[in-house]
Design a protein around this ligand. Structure first.
Ligand code: M3P
Ligand code: FE
Length: 309
């Protein structure tokens, strides 16, 4: 049942060198640089996003994800979810308005898989980048690199998948859209708070709090192939692809930022990958895991499954 969580709003990613990271996220992925704060964090957005930013880069000694934020429909929703998060047993922290530039108060909480998330209701809206809100043109002409259109989801690795599933479904109103089952053990779970195939996903892993990838949306398979060309042109570290997932059916390519964080760009696969509240859970058997992850190769890839930040 929907609880007022609208969508992924931001992800704060740790990078080892800000200048190199900016070349990657701005000039290769095509995100737009929007702000730099007094801590040196750089804020970027994808062009179709109405809020000021969705990616925050923080220079640090170790790569990985600091937190992922979800935008909720109102401050009342945020306040009542805060109580429910505490009741569930989360460690909850109030982050004052303005700690992230242009963002209202945030409620940060931990999860059974050891990741940090936040909810917030307000963020400065700058509108879609490069087109007007009134009589908008189809797309802005001066986008760079892969011209990604939105930050779409994160995939995380952690141990207590059941715990994070319960938190996200019971407290935050997400639905389980797709899963991989090894007998009674769920080894991967894809959750949605929208019509998308997934807004957040987890794969079972012995360590808590690991980051597998941040994913960005492209419009077509042609754009995925064009991203692959750019990856070669600029000697970006390729992980795998272009290929298709069985899970979610997305058409995809994975690569690494200069700090070793994995990125994905993908487009909707067969049938548009939409989710309605009455959609049944799609289950993959672990025996079909190769095909579930990479529909064409149908074999597991150690690098893809093992390398996380
Ligand atoms: C996706 C996706 C794994 C599957 C990943 C699938 C890590 O990233 O966007 O559909 O097993
Ligand atoms: Fe993904």
């Amino acid at each position: 049942m929907k609880k007022g969580v609208m969508r992924p709003g931001h992800v704060q990613i740790r990078v080892l060198d800000m200048d190199e990271a900016l070349i990657h996220y701005r000039d290769r992925l095509g995100l737009i640089e929007m702000h730099k704060d007094s801590m040196g964090r750089v804020y970027l957005k994808a062009w179709t996003e109405i809020d000021k930013y969705s990616v925050v880069l923080r220079e640090a000694d170790e790569a990985g994800m600091d937190f992922m934020g979800f935008k909720v429909t109102s401050t009342d929703v945020m306040n009542s979810l805060r109580d429910e998060l505490k009741e569930f047993g989360c460690q909850v922290e109030n982050i004052p308005a303005g700690e992230l530039n242009g963002c209202g108060e945030r409620v940060r909480f931990d999860s059974p898989t050891g990741h940090f998330f936040e909810i917030y209701a307000e963020k400065e809206q700058t509108g879609k980048w490069g087109v007007t809100a009134r009589n908008p043109e189809a797309w802005p002409e001066d986008l760079k690199g892969m011209k990604t259109s939105r930050f779409d989801h994160c995939l995380l690795y952690g141990d207590d998948l059941d715990g994070s599933l319960e938190l996200f479904t019971k407290v935050l109103g997400f639905d389980l859209a797709e899963e991989v089952m090894d007998g009674d053990l769920r080894i991967a779970q894809f959750l949605t708070c929208s019509m998308k195939a997934h807004d957040i996903a987890w794969v079972r892993h012995e360590e808590k709090g690991k980051f597998h990838h941040a994913s960005f949306f492209l419009n077509t398979w042609e754009e995925v192939l064009r991203a692959a060309d750019l990856i070669s042109m600029h000697d970006i570290s390729l992980d795998i692809g272009p290929t298709r997932h069985g899970l979610t059916h997305g058409q995809t390519i994975y690569f690494f930022d200069p700090s070793g964080n994995r990125n994905e760009v993908f487009c909707d696969g067969a049938g548009g990958n939409y989710y309605y509240p009455d959609s049944p859970v799609i289950t993959w058997d672990a025996s079909e895991l190769g095909k579930a992850i990479f529909y064409h190769d149908r074999v597991l890839n150690e690098n893809f499954l093992g390398v996380v930040t």
